[in-house]
Design a protein. Structure first.
Length: 461
């Protein structure tokens, strides 16, 4: 039955206006940025770790929608679950019943987190972090949260308060009473805890910005300090969780680490329906929801909706059935090893780091005189331009989508769908090697594009 609305016809008629529509009605800087770096492509179809443009060209996705597409695009099991839940005509979001799907998804998530007891479902990673911050402050009766330099925990006001990137914070003060320390600095953490007003410490086991891993032993030692001072350990696994790093959670790489609160989102959605989850210990939830008067003291209008819960259940089922975590460990290890082999060959390539399928490729000052001059030209204009120089030809010449790991960083971050295979690894390494050869061999096209970026950077000052 149709009321005259035809989505396919609408897309066929107006889809070509996509960039103009965004420029007119949404964030005007997005299409401007995409036009500037040549990323203004028109993609029409996607499956798994690949998508195709209007000319039928295949592109390899090494970005996964910033980690959302954990199982790739349009996984048939997730897609089937969503068809099923829509066809079931469930009485969703009545708000005065207890539907089964949220309970079933919570049960499945907690099976991977045996030291945790309860789950709150929201709609995004930043909501999951907001929930953790509120719960930590209420449960401890303390106001302050400690976080790490260069952290990224979201952009809503509470999550922004624990965001370690000043570029995101500028102009949005005042924020919550929070304090930054360097990732791995136990002395600084203990110094803040001694003040007696810290509710918790929120940390990404591997930081998305720059792909920096917590030093070995840091999380366990931080946990011991926090418990001694009556504060909570909050693990932000929004990007690193659900198999991304070769374990279900990234904090599981370190023995004995059992966070009090864990935030997940992104890949739990299956790439379809936004969902976030905050997992925590029973005593924390019981303190927040301490009486019937407080039953709705923290809630979300669309939290626990049937479509999101069905997607999450399907994602976990696929991960368990297809052995996703073991696959990530194997393929991620292969990708990292292949890239590490290139470090001694190219002086502009300084390091490869990360775990599983969360890998950072860092560039740095070369040793040869000719390359030093070109490098200095870019650095003078704007730090981070060389990494952008690499990202652009990867897409334009090799049809591989990647991202610079953060503003003013000479790091490319690889967070592909967890379903990439050995052929995809070979395709990326071959393309990346070709770009490095271009850069080190005089690379007219690459360095000419660098000059264009320099002119644009100077013009924007």
């Amino acid at each position: 039955m149709s009321d005259g609305f035809d989505l396919r016809a609408l897309l066929a008629e107006r889809g070509g206006e996509r960039y103009e529509l965004h420029a007119r009605y949404l964030n005007p800087q997005l299409p401007r940025m995409l036009h500037t770096i040549g990323f203004d492509k028109v993609y029409e179809r996607a499956a798994g770790a690949h998508f195709w443009d209007a000319d039928g060209n295949d592109h390899l996705d090494m970005l996964a929608g910033f980690g959302v597409m954990g199982l790739g695009r349009h996984h048939p099991v997730v897609r089937g679950a969503l068809h099923d839940v829509l066809d079931a005509d469930l009485p969703d979001l009545t708000r005065f019943d207890c539907p089964p799907l949220p309970g079933l998804l919570a049960e499945r998530l907690l099976a991977h987190s045996p030291h945790l007891d309860r789950v709150f479902f929201g709609n995004s990673g930043t909501e999951a972090v907001e929930t953790a911050l509120k719960f930590a402050r209420y449960a401890t009766g303390r106001p302050r949260i400690v976080y790490c330099d260069h952290a990224f925990h979201g952009l809503t006001t509470g999550a922004l308060s624990v965001n370690g990137e000043q570029g995101f914070r500028a102009g949005f003060d005042p924020l919550l009473p929070d304090t930054a320390i360097a990732l791995g600095d136990l002395a600084a953490l203990e110094r803040e805890l001694r003040k007696g007003d810290v509710a918790g410490f929120v940390v990404e086991p591997i930081q998305g910005k720059g792909v920096h891993e917590a030093p070995p032993g840091f999380l366990a030692a931080a946990q011991e300090l926090l418990r001694r001072h009556g504060a909570l350990l909050i693990a932000d696994e929004v990007q690193t969780g659900l198999g991304r790093t070769g374990d279900f959670y990234a904090y599981q790489h370190e023995d004995g680490v059992e966070p009090d609160l864990v935030c997940v989102a992104k890949a739990l959605s299956g790439g379809y329906v936004p969902v976030g989850a905050t997992l925590g210990k029973d005593w924390i939830f019981k303190k927040v929801y301490s009486s019937m008067d407080r039953v709705l003291v923290h809630s979300a209008s669309f939290g626990s909706n049937a479509q999101a819960m069905a997607a999450g259940l399907a994602v976990l089922s696929v991960m368990e059935t297809e052995g996703t975590v073991a696959h990530v460990r194997r393929v991620g290890g292969l990708l990292k090893a292949r890239l590490e082999e290139l470090v001694p060959r190219y002086e502009l390539l300084h390091a490869v780091r990360g775990r599983g399928l969360m890998i950072g490729i860092e560039f740095g000052r070369p040793s040869s005189l000719a390359l030093r001059g070109r490098w200095a030209m870019l650095q003078t204009a704007r730090k981070g331009l060389f990494a952008q120089m690499v990202v652009v030809p990867l897409l334009q010449r090799h049809r591989i989508l990647t991202q610079v790991s953060g503003d003013h960083l000479e790091v490319i971050k690889l967070i592909p769908p967890l379903v990439i295979d050995e052929a995809d690894v070979d395709r990326f390494v071959t393309a990346f090697t070709a770009v490095m050869e271009d850069a080190h061999g005089g690379g007219g096209l690459l360095w000419d594009f660098g000059k264009t970026l320099v002119r644009q950077a100077v013009a924007q000052r």
